[in-house]
Design a protein around this ligand. Sequence first.
Ligand code: NAD
Length: 483
Amino acid sequence: MWINGVARDARNDEVIERETPAAKGVVTIAPRGTAEDAEDAIAAAEAQFLSGEWAESYGGDKAKILAGVAACIRRDAEELAYLETLETGKPLKASLGEVEGSADLWEYASGLAPTLHGDSYSNLGPDRMGMILRQPIGVVSIITPWNFPLLIASERIPFALAAGCSTVVKPSEFTSATTLRLGEYLKECGLPDGACNIVSGHGHDIGQVMIEHPSVRMVSFTGSPRVGKIVMHAAAETTKKLSLELGGKSPSVVFADCDMEAAIDGVLKGSNFNAGQCCIAGSRLIVEDKIADQFLEKLIVRAQDLKVGDPFDPQTAIGAIVNEAQFDQIDRYVSAARDSGASILMGGEGDTSNGLFYQPTIIANAPSDSPIAQEEIFGPVLSVFRFKTIQEAIKLANSTNFGLAAYIWTNDLNTALSCGRRIEGGRVWVNAALQGIPEMPLGGYRGSGIGRETGRFGVDEYCEMKSLQINHMPQAERWVTTG
Ligand code: NAD
């Protein structure tokens, strides 16, 4: 772990052994941090923040360090991708893409560091002017999930650092390796000690301290809606700022006028990328009735070509499910849908003979208020619904408690814009699936979360805004008049 610029083990020397879900055997060993380790990390972050060494440093100097990390990530890309695949079970080519995207994020955030500025007013009268200062919020706890470990850490850490914050980061206990590597890179690139502390371990061991500690000013949590609510309750005690990136049940809305081949490809990518363990997975297909039969027929043929299995095989499209609990959750949702009379159009089976794998699954005729239609499954499972009018499509798209992303497939500009404006989601794509770029912010409506990450707004999340008003000439008028 990285605490105050020093690599160290947990105080009690305990470790977490990670078994790869794509075969059998331990692939990484990480320290199992304790609450005391988290307290050490918070103390180091606070001392660094109060010293002003990082918080008040020149933006251009911050930029050089953050860009340096991007270069380290690119230098070690293959090794990082390998680690990511061993721990998550995702295809190696997807890990390479994730590593590349992570380097892009560090580079982009480095460019934001020198551009951070406030505002000023010199039109407030002859004796008064105002400055609006944008200042780092302070110590930020960043808690991340297992599905895109390096990418999600890179959507948060460099933006918080660009703002001048000090950070305490906790990766998922299943996937600590690549986040811990970031600690090495930050040290190598000259980040002042204590500005980024990384504590590996379980949420139930160290999460509470990271959220409740009075020196922590903000919590950036990415994970499940269930834990997100726990974080909200815990943060209320000390009235902390929260940024929550939670789950989704994102729709792919397919209109009859779309480019059907492109839409089929996009719908399959949306529902099966990362074995569906993706917060923005397009897990609901909402397809126009007049093409629905033809679309489904073609979709199933193409889905049957998706190779499930060994993540190191370049032909593999769908790798492993991250752990047994996740595997069982997928199977439970599919079995419940089957039992309730929904039609399993394909898949619906897992294979645990050597690793945890699940077939791409397509389910139709489930009621739109059933769990398979409403809840996040986090597996390669697509539920199908039909619509006749655009109003019906928008209503269906907005019919869950989530609002993280949406995919619209149409060649009609009016349809694209009408849906793009009315479907509630932090990210809406037209004729594209899962193309994240650093410039575009991400986040959720409703149950999908609070706040935005990445893009130029991603730095704002980690800032406070202060009005500094100055009267610069002797004041003639007094509020208290004497005699
Ligand atoms: P999770 O909520 O189980 O865990 C997320 C993180 O929280 C982990 O680091 C975990 O150790 C920690 N944690 C667990 N209990 C905690 C507690 N009591 N206090 C503090 N921290 C605690 O989520 P997961 O299973 O790792 O990830 C899957 C979930 O993440 C899905 O619901 C997915 O939609 C969501 N997700 C959202 C986004 C997004 O940007 N919206 C991105 C990726 C994943």
